[in-house]
Design a protein around this ligand. Structure first.
Ligand SMILES: *[C@@H]1O[C@H](CO)[C@@H](O)[C@H](O)[C@H]1NC(C)=O
Ligand SMILES: *[C@@H]1O[C@H](CO)[C@@H](O)[C@H](O)[C@H]1NC(C)=O
Ligand SMILES: *[C@@H]1O[C@H](CO)[C@@H](O)[C@H](O)[C@H]1NC(C)=O
Length: 494
């Protein structure tokens, strides 16, 4: 019953506005919210009691940094559903053979029927709804007043995730977390409001089985020969499937001062993503954000509950955003300071819910796959291209921005440390695959930015244009009275 009411489509939203007076609508929303909240909290208590009685000394919310032999690809939930990883795996099973659901998700504070809905979003939103209509996709704009109750519904069986969502102190952190949660639970395409779809959605290489098929078949002789992969078996299974997760490159700044502009040398974007429900990479991301949030906002009170160990006591620093990297080493920084609305800055957002942590989890997931499995498909057409195939006059060669520069490093990392380095995605011009994750070149979701080898919006690879209307970083930094620039677009070098 809730399922229906809390899955608002644009259509329902508009109808609601027409049919009910504002006051009636508020009363209804509040009443339903109370029902949902009571239901969920009742349920979560029962649930927590249930798993506290089966305690075996295992940490309930494990850190994603210490995997201790876990194979993230084939992980299956233990019968007692003791850990949050178990609960998520069990509640949202991953069916890699299924198609990517044809749903588009967008989020904003209000809906287009509200006068506060920004004018420029009316245009971008119209383009998405039009595409959806033309191509048989369902379209959902999730407004702030329903996001929470939609999650209460979807994640009722993992109350710790809900608790973390509710604890996140700023709207931006919540908006980041929401996109991962909705794609993990329901799948589809998520795209920010300031984006415009350029190509027909059914033409995305990831949507048309035939394009994926073609990519795999065209390059079946050039799968990266790693751990004696079985080319025939891999091309047969992969060509028959759509990728499970599709992500794009946000930044690939080949310049010495890249750290002044970006959080990671290769950074993946999360303003547009496409996924099948239950993808294990998203599960790890959700686990990491839930874990971090409980400790960084609620503090040590969250480390155990009724004598049950929630967080891993030997790696408590993993759970505290104040201990990440440089900040962790800064003795002047108050690491025990709990995160509030007032002290969250741009780098916190990057490393806690944003592209920074997203990128880290992607690389950790990839490395775990190749360490734990023998037959992982690694496909990078640019890397395996014969030198003779590279047109001598091509811009890549002239500007020295060719992945060939990193060939040796990639090879060494794979062979000696079973690690997939960032260099694997440097300057890519074609879609690449790591198992069932498709990584698209920068042109896919950032065409026309005029740098980092991105091509124009009319390029065949350009799928979505990002209009960069957000100034969230500046306001977050001024909020915390601190300025640190990684996250922006650098000026085009002269
Ligand atoms: C989350 O991921 C980051 C980046 O890999 C890592 O440093 C941190 O330890 C992880 N934390 C938890 C609690 O999983
Ligand atoms: C965020 O992560 C990056 C790279 O991992 C690191 O250089 C930076 O210092 C981190 N920021 C904070 C505030 O911890
Ligand atoms: C390309 O760049 C790398 C690293 O900056 C450098 O070592 C190499 O010599 C350059 N090659 C050419 C042909 O310019």
């Amino acid at each position: 019953m809730y399922e229906k009411q809390y899955t608002p489509s644009l259509h329902q939203y508009t109808m609601g506005k027409i049919l009910t007076s504002r006051r009636l609508k508020i009363v209804c929303t509040v009443t339903l919210l109370i029902i949902v909240l009571c239901g969920a909290s009742l349920y979560s208590n029962v649930y927590i009691d249930q798993f506290t009685t089966t305690t075996t000394g295992k940490t309930i919310i494990p850190t994603t940094s210490h995997l201790n032999g876990i194979n993230l690809k084939t992980y299956s939930a233990s019968a007692d559903l003791h850990t949050l990883r178990d609960q998520l795996t069990y509640t949202f099973p991953y069916h890699s053979e299924q198609a990517i659901p044809k749903i588009i998700w967008q989020t904003w504070k209000t809906g287009p029927a509200d006068s506060s809905f920004p004018t420029n979003f009316r245009n971008t939103q119209k383009k998405w709804t039009q595409r959806a209509q033309d191509q048989g996709f369902q379209y959902s704009l999730i407004t702030d007043d329903v996001a929470g109750s939609l999650l209460e519904n979807l994640y009722a069986e993992t109350p710790l995730v809900l608790q973390a969502y509710n604890l996140l102190p700023t709207v931006i952190l919540k908006a980041d977390f929401f996109r991962y949660l909705i794609l993990f639970a329901r799948g589809g395409i998520y795209s920010d409001m300031d984006t415009v779809p350029l190509k027909s959605l059914n033409e995305w290489g990831s949507v048309t089985g035939s394009k994926m098929n073609q990519l795999v078949m065209d390059h079946r002789q050039s799968f990266i020969p790693y751990k004696n992969i079985d080319r025939d078996q891999l091309s047969a299974t992969r060509a028959a499937q759509q990728p499970g997760l599709v992500i794009g490159i946000e930044a690939d700044p080949d310049r010495d001062d890249w750290q002044e502009w970006y959080a990671r040398r290769i950074q993946f974007c999360q303003w547009t993503m496409q996924a099948k429900p239950g993808h294990p990479l998203l599960r790890e991301l959700i686990l990491n954000i839930t874990a971090t949030t409980l400790q960084s906002v609620a503090g040590s009170a969250s480390a155990s509950k009724n004598g049950v160990q929630l967080l891993d006591p030997s790696n408590l620093k993993d759970y505290n955003v104040n201990y990440r990297w440089l900040r962790g080493q800064d003795p002047k920084y108050d690491h025990n300071q709990l995160k509030t609305k007032k002290n969250v800055d741009g780098t916190d957002i990057m490393n806690w819910t944003g592209p920074g942590i997203f990128t880290d989890i992607v690389f950790e997931y990839f490395s775990n796959l190749i360490q734990s499995n023998r037959n992982i498909l690694l496909l990078n057409p640019d890397l395996t291209k014969q030198t003779s195939e590279i047109d001598a006059s091509s811009s890549a060669v002239v500007s020295n921005k060719s992945i060939k520069r990193f060939y040796q490093k990639i090879n060494e990392d794979l062979q000696t440390s079973a690690k997939l380095p960032w260099e694997f995605f440097a300057f890519i011009e074609s879609p690449t695959l790591v198992d069932d994750v498709m990584v698209l070149p920068i042109t896919a979701f950032s065409p026309g930015v005029g740098q980092m080898e991105a091509r124009g919006t009319d390029d065949p690879m350009a799928l979505v244009e990002h209009l960069f209307s957000g100034t969230w970083k500046e306001s977050a930094d001024s909020n915390a009275k601190q300025s640190n620039s990684n996250g922006g677009i650098p000026p085009v070098p002269a």
